[in-house]
Design a protein around this ligand. Sequence first.
Ligand code: 13P
Ligand code: SF4
Length: 346
Amino acid sequence: EKSERTERIEAALSELGDDVVILGHNYQRREIVEHADFVGDSYQLSKEAAEADAEYVIFGGVTFMAESADIITDDDQTVILPSMEASCPMAGMAEALQVDAAWAEITDAAPDEEIIPITYMNSYADLKAFCASQGGLVCTSSNAHRAFEYAFEKGDKVLFLPDKHLGENTAYRLGMEDAIAKWDPWDPEGKDADEVAESDIILWDGYCQVHERFRVEHIDDIRTEHPDANVVVHPECRREVVEAADVVGSTATICETVENADPGEQWAIGTEIHLTNHLQRWHPEVEVLPLCGDACMDCNAMRQIDPNYLTWVLEELVEGRERNVIEVAPEEKELAEVALDRMLEI
Ligand code: 13P
Ligand code: SF4
């Protein structure tokens, strides 16, 4: 039987018809994902946003994703985020002002070389704009290696922000693990100009507080308890966790891995718990295990998108009121779009 809330959401959606499209990230709660027109990883959602015709794009995700949707959609389309509290902590770890200051130090350390900044999608629009202004671009976890290749065709070094783990895992994927320097903007000892001068890849010291909690011991435990289990993890996990896993990839890759598994196979999933739960529901023929047992790997930014807020923004739209509109400042929008377009082209 349908809940009253589901009925209200459905009623609002049928009233709004083609005016509205709902995009949902793989980490969203079940009640959001069930109402989404499209569910996917950050890259797929940015492509869906670019192709959307609806007047309103309701984003089930976090602020930086909704910002990117606003940048990519046409000016007469409006992006709505059901909760303004849904901010990814990692995106806050590289603020444009702080990066600007660090950029002066980093470029001073290697004055004769061209450094290309790449920012992970998990960043705010002003940082995306900064990267474009220096010849750089955006990437997601599904195309970071290609963004690095693009950057090395144009320049000599890469500054990667904000996620040091995705950066390190990408360097390994490209066989460049010996060329890494770390840049910790919060620690005077954590930034070494000589190291920058000698390295090809400079990693900003950001991280995801959900994925950093996975440890190699979790993989050891799974392999002891389920000797036939395979392990798939997200590249925001620590290097040693990625090394101990069988497969690494974006949330879309994690979905495909389980989708393509044979019935009866066991897969332990090293990512946000809502996706693990969805995969258990979507693929009951596969034995889907959370990598970290009962220690809930829950992203509290994603969890801010409560189905009651979805109901509210939809019902307000029916009444002609736009709530929680995400609008990137025009002066940042143009350059941030360049950074996103470069990604969509590679
Ligand atoms: P994906 O690009 O793999 O969907 O990841 C986004 C994210 O926030 C992971 O923590
Ligand atoms: Fe940000 Fe991590 Fe949550 Fe992804 S899982 S939105 S990176 S805090």
